[in-house]
Design a protein around this ligand. Sequence first.
Ligand SMILES: Nc1nc2c(ncn2[C@@H]2O[C@H](COP(=O)(O)OP(=O)(O)OP(=O)(O)O)[C@@H](O)[C@H]2O)c(=O)[nH]1
Ligand SMILES: [Mg+2]
Length: 207
Amino acid sequence: MKTRFILSAASVDTMPKHAMAEIAFVGRSNVGKSSLINAVSGSKIARTSKTPGRTQLINFFEVSSARAAYVLADLPGYGYAKAPGPVREQWRRLIGRYLEARESLSAVLLLFDMRREVAGEDRAFHALLVHTVGARGAAVWVVGTKSDQLSKAHIRPRCVELERALGTERVFVTSASKKVGVDELRREIEALAAGHARRGGSGKRPY
Ligand SMILES: Nc1nc2c(ncn2[C@@H]2O[C@H](COP(=O)(O)OP(=O)(O)OP(=O)(O)O)[C@@H](O)[C@H]2O)c(=O)[nH]1
Ligand SMILES: [Mg+2]
């Protein structure tokens, strides 16, 4: 598997143009987006941090394996209460514009820390994804992160709670640190990317 950092974008105009499948990683600040990108791509390409709100731009990475080539987009985390109001507003707008502009997005992965309760803001964001990019044909996957922090007995009940709270059928259980669920997630992403390539790229137009 080869990985390449493409670029960091602060606005829609500077996002990369390509015809590969693109998969976006979104979720609250500190949920483990960058760590999961590293786990899936088998690299240390995305910067991770103990300080929430570190990723403030959209970072694009290209991953190619024997099976497929695709782009992973690492989005800034939403809902970081300590960030100043204008900064949060700027992130919110950047995420909104990204979702609007990337019209042939293959999938959005919405990450949840499996230890945390689902808040109203999370439900609203999930619903927004389903009604916007989901309605345009992108897959919207709910991914539970940091499963290593839960006892085995608690994992299934937490998944059921997440499924109920969001009205979704499937939750991917992952731990980037213990590599739980990572191979499965990579296989699903590769399958999406292979389908995208078979259909001749974006189907509409390259980004
Ligand atoms: N125990 C455990 N910790 C994790 C896991 N994944 C990430 N972390 C930790 O959680 C913290 C945040 O991880 P990041 O990957 O930087 O999170 P992020 O969602 O990219 O954060 P922002 O870019 O700030 O929005 C770091 O201290 C990671 O080491 C995991 O699977 N298990
Ligand atoms: Mg990050």
